[in-house]
Design a protein around this ligand. Structure first.
Ligand SMILES: *[C@@H]1O[C@H](CO)[C@@H](O)[C@H](O)[C@H]1NC(C)=O
Ligand SMILES: *[C@@H]1O[C@H](CO)[C@@H](O)[C@H](O)[C@H]1NC(C)=O
Ligand SMILES: *[C@@H]1O[C@H](CO)[C@@H](O)[C@H](O)[C@H]1NC(C)=O
Length: 447
């Protein structure tokens, strides 16, 4: 236990501190790096739980710094709060339902009953070492992962994506952050989330209301996989900034300022159901979601090199030893294609009547620049804002679902209400396994 009181400690050093009650031990999740089919090398990697999920208490004792609201004594302002408060090591399986059922596999439970009540959802990052995230340059490469979504009902999202976070979780850039990647700090994404408790080495305590503070944490995001039993989408979301950046006001792109912020919150999505093939992805369909599947995502550059300009993002599946091409688009005004490119985005946004902020921010070329230093995120979550309707139901819900672009999946719009889905599917979980990364066409084979 610390010898100092909180206040004398604060006068000595400013920081988002590390607690000393629970040891942090990262679950192992090795991946493979491939140069040609069958030619892959194992790499020892592990996962770390995001800092937002962790117990945050005063450095001098067990008193919570945060329990829905910030403790005003410990947290009169963001800097002092970061100096007074520590985040703790995590009990991955007991508290959060995060386990590694076999080598290279990670299971995330949706709802986990624990000593404090229950935990809903989790978010982990892939680590190269104890203190650094595993950085990916995705250009001219492919990323492959096996997913089992068979227990993910409507309204739950098992997500695999990349965010442009700092390799050390922000420790070097922000001296107030004493915890770093080892404790899962430095998260950001293209929604510029405001629910992040510590940003830039300071607590986001100022103006905290309804689960969000004054600031947001923005950065480019590449959604490889957002999915459940009934819907899936992959989506590039570029930003105007090229590293984790704290936003405030207009830059966060809230509400009516959605198309004035730092990031493309809509992104340019490819969801087979939304793009006109309603029989492609689901239970018993061409891609059968009742069974595990391999998901391959390829980042193609204009000149076929790792330094070229990103031109298109391709998707294919492997299931039961068969390679399954992605579905083709099926809409008047959209060329029949099965991948994402600037032309696809332009046509899709035009036909659906959506703002092409993706293009405004720089489109595929901008996304490509941001794909060179990405951190891998694996999560499971439900949606307190719009019940995951943007993924698996009709969205906006008040529009006619026969209008192009509104219907995204076969789920009932009410199924994803957090209270409903948490009560109906407490035993839901997702399993991610067998991650492979490497040259185009090197990470999979057909039987
Ligand atoms: C807030 O923290 C202080 C110590 O910094 C502690 O004495 C007090 O009890 C805490 N308040 C609450 C409501 O937990
Ligand atoms: C705007 O968004 C940020 C993060 O994106 C959030 O923290 C903040 O509370 C939001 N402000 C309002 C007025 O909704
Ligand atoms: C990968 O395989 C596809 C399908 O066989 C082929 O069209 C493509 O040219 C290959 N790409 C590379 C870089 O080998």
């Amino acid at each position: 236990m610390r010898a100092f009181t909180a206040l004398s400690f604060a006068s000595l050093v400013l920081g988002q501190q590390v607690g000393e009650y629970n040891t942090e031990k990262h679950p192992e999740m090795p991946i493979q790096v491939c140069t040609a089919p069958g030619s892959c090398q194992k790499e020892s990697t592990s996962v770390v739980l995001d800092s937002n999920w962790r117990w945050t208490h005063v450095t001098s004792g067990y008193t919570n710094c945060f329990s829905g609201e910030w403790n005003a004594t410990a947290c009169p302002d963001g800097k002092t709060c970061a100096a007074n408060c520590a985040i703790e090591g995590a009990d991955y399986s007991g508290t959060y339902g995060i386990t590694t059922p076999s080598s290279g596999a990670l299971q995330l439970k949706f709802v986990t009953k624990n000593d404090n009540g229950k935990n809903v959802g989790s978010r982990v990052y892939l680590m190269a070492s104890e203190t650094k995230y595993r950085m990916f340059n995705l250009l001219n490469k492919e990323f492959t992962i096996d997913v089992d979504v068979s227990k993910l009902a409507c309204g739950i999202n098992g997500a695999v994506y990349f965010s442009e976070m700092d390799e050390d979780g922000g420790m070097a850039r922000f001296p107030g952050n004493k915890a770093g990647a080892k404790y899962g700090t430095g998260y950001c994404d293209s929604q510029c989330p405001g629910d992040i408790k510590f940003i830039n080495g300071e607590a986001n305590s100022e103006g905290w209301k309804d689960g969000a503070g004054r600031f947001g944490a923005c950065c480019a995001e590449m959604d490889i996989w957002e999915a459940n039993l009934d819907a899936t989408a992959y989506t590039p979301h570029p930003c105007t900034v090229s590293e984790q950046t704290r936003c405030e006001g207009t830059d966060c792109g809230n509400g009516s300022e959605r198309y004035s912020g730092m990031c493309d919150k809509d992104g340019c999505d490819f969801n087979s159901f939304r793009m006109g093939n309603k029989e492609f992805y689901g239970t018993g369909m061409a891609v059968d979601t009742s069974k595990p599947m391999t998901v391959v995502t390829q980042f193609i550059t204009d000149d076929g090199t790792d330094t070229g300009t990103l031109k298109s993002i391709h998707r294919l599946y492997v299931q039961d030893g068969k390679v399954i091409s992605n579905s083709n688009t099926n809409f008047e005004g959209i060329d029949p294609v099965n991948h994402i490119s600037d032309q696809y985005c332009e046509q899709q946004k035009t036909v659906f009547g959506d703002n092409n902020y993706f293009k405004t921010i720089g489109g595929m070329a901008a996304m490509g620049k941001q794909l060179t230093k990405m951190v891998l995120v694996l999560s499971v979550w439900d949606d307190h804002a719009v019940s995951m309707n943007w993924l698996d139901s009709n969205f906006p819900t008040d529009e006619d679902p026969s209008k192009p672009g509104i219907a995204r999946g076969r789920c009932n719009p009410d199924a994803g209400l957090p209270a409903t889905v948490e009560a109906a599917h407490p035993d839901a979980y997702v399993v991610y396994s067998n991650i492979k990364f490497g040259a185009i066409n090197s990470t999979f084979t057909a039987n």
